[in-house]
Structures are given as C-alpha cells and as structure tokens.
Design a protein. Sequence first.
Length: 301
Amino acid sequence: MTDQPRVSFGLKTVPSHTTYDDILRVWQEADAIPLIEHAWLWDHMLPLFGDPGGPIYEGWTLLAALAARTERLRLGLMVTSNLTRPPAVLAKIAATVDVISGGRLVLGIGVGGTHQPGDISVPREYDAYGLTAVSPAEGVARLAESCTIIRRMWTEDVFDFEGRHYRLKGTRCAPKPVQRPGPPVMIGGWGIRTLRVVAEHADIWNIPAHPHNTVAYVKERGAVLDEHCAAIGRDPAEIIRSAQMVADYDDPAATRGTALELIDAGVTHIALGLRTPYPEGVAHWATDHVIAPVLAQTAHS
C-alpha cells in the first residue's frame, strides 16, 4: 500500500473592490491557523468583475507588504502575467520578496495576455497600461524563455542570455532568494503548449476549477501533462497538481464536495477563492466548514 500524497489548502484573496486593511486582516487571521498553509493574490491592473474603474492593487507590491506582516504562510501570485514585467525584472522582484518573507515565496507565473477571439478584458487592461498582447504561440515561447532566465538568475552569479524573445547581457541577481536553488515555480494554464512548459519547468501546476473548469476537465488536462512528462522523461509525480476554486459562503457543502472531487482527480494543492467583501472570521469559516472536514475525510478514505 502506497502513501497518499499530502493535501494542502490555502486562500486566495483577489485584491479588487476591497481594501488593503481587509486583505491584511484575512491574511493575518489565516497566518494563525495551521491548516491554512498558503495564501494568494492575482496579477491584474484593472478589475475583471464589477466596476472596471473600481479599486485594485498591484499584486507584487501588495505581496511584499503582506510578506512583511505574516510569519508562516507560503505566499505568491496565482499567477503572474509573464507579459507584464520583463523576466529579469520579475526574477529580481521575486528574490526580494523571498528575502522579505524569510523564504516563503512560491513564484506563480503564466503566459499572460494573448489575443483570444471575443475577449475584452485583455485588450482593455493591456491598452490601458501600454502592454502588448501577443499570439498564444508567442506567449508560450516567451514563458519558456522566462522560466530559464528566472532559474539562472537565482542560481548563477552572472550570465548572458540570447533567446528569440529576450536578450540579456551581464545579468546578476544579488541578493539571491533565501530558498535555494530558488522558490518553487508554479505555472498556471491548461493549453497543450503551456502544459509542455509545465512539464519542462514547473514544480507546481495550477489550473482554475469551479466555476471556470469542471473537475473532469482538470483531470483530462492532468493526463495531457502526464503525456508531456513521459515525452521528456520526467516523472509526473515530481509536479504538484494545484487547483483554485471559489468558495461558496452560502453552501459550504458544495465547496467541500468540489474539493473532494478535485482530490480524487489527483489535485493535492487547493486554493479557496474568497469573494469580496470578506466576512469577519472568513479564514476560520473556511477552516471549520471546508478545510478541516475535507482533510478529515481524506485521511480516512
């Protein structure tokens, strides 16, 4: 009989249509609850829901602030857009946040904004901030180069890089991250080409589940990742399977059910997305009504 992979839970607080004080309240509450192991923000400059002119905080700046005000939680962005910051700049930012947090960062990264038929959120956000959306193929190629650059910055003293999309000369990163050889890299996405980059570079693979994708689709995408791993000779068990799902304050039983289905599909790292406004004691609510019961059930299954 083999041991079952250990399941971990975290919380995701979208920093949109809320305040810094409210997010800090939730994170510090979670930081004191051992069953909550990680906490997450996202990486957008304009809200994706509600009033597009409403308040939203820049993710990495906010993450640094929260890293300084917490002590235990693993933390990161789920996930950073690779097209928002040059990869060398991102690696430098991430190294700084890892130092601030005492070695608790997980670097979440994804392709970022690409041209998709019918999409309005990417053009609106990228036009507003002078960013350039690219084709899906170029986005994936850029992501692969960025993963290589980031790893090299964390592990090498000085290097040059000559890629198709990025070129660096005399690149350094000091201080290095506290974690060696660097923070875990989480890659978010589910396209076939993106999953190839996951197989090549990721420690953790993340995919949105409820309400964006069904559990069956998450499982099917996991099988595609397994195929990519086989093609390059990597053990798929080396990659932690992660999913994010929105928690339903009014129906915790449904939230527990989805979490259990994800675990049955091979997911061992779950982030519960919390809707704003965040109720008082929401981290304890998530623990008492979702996390603890699910962990207790999986321990006896």
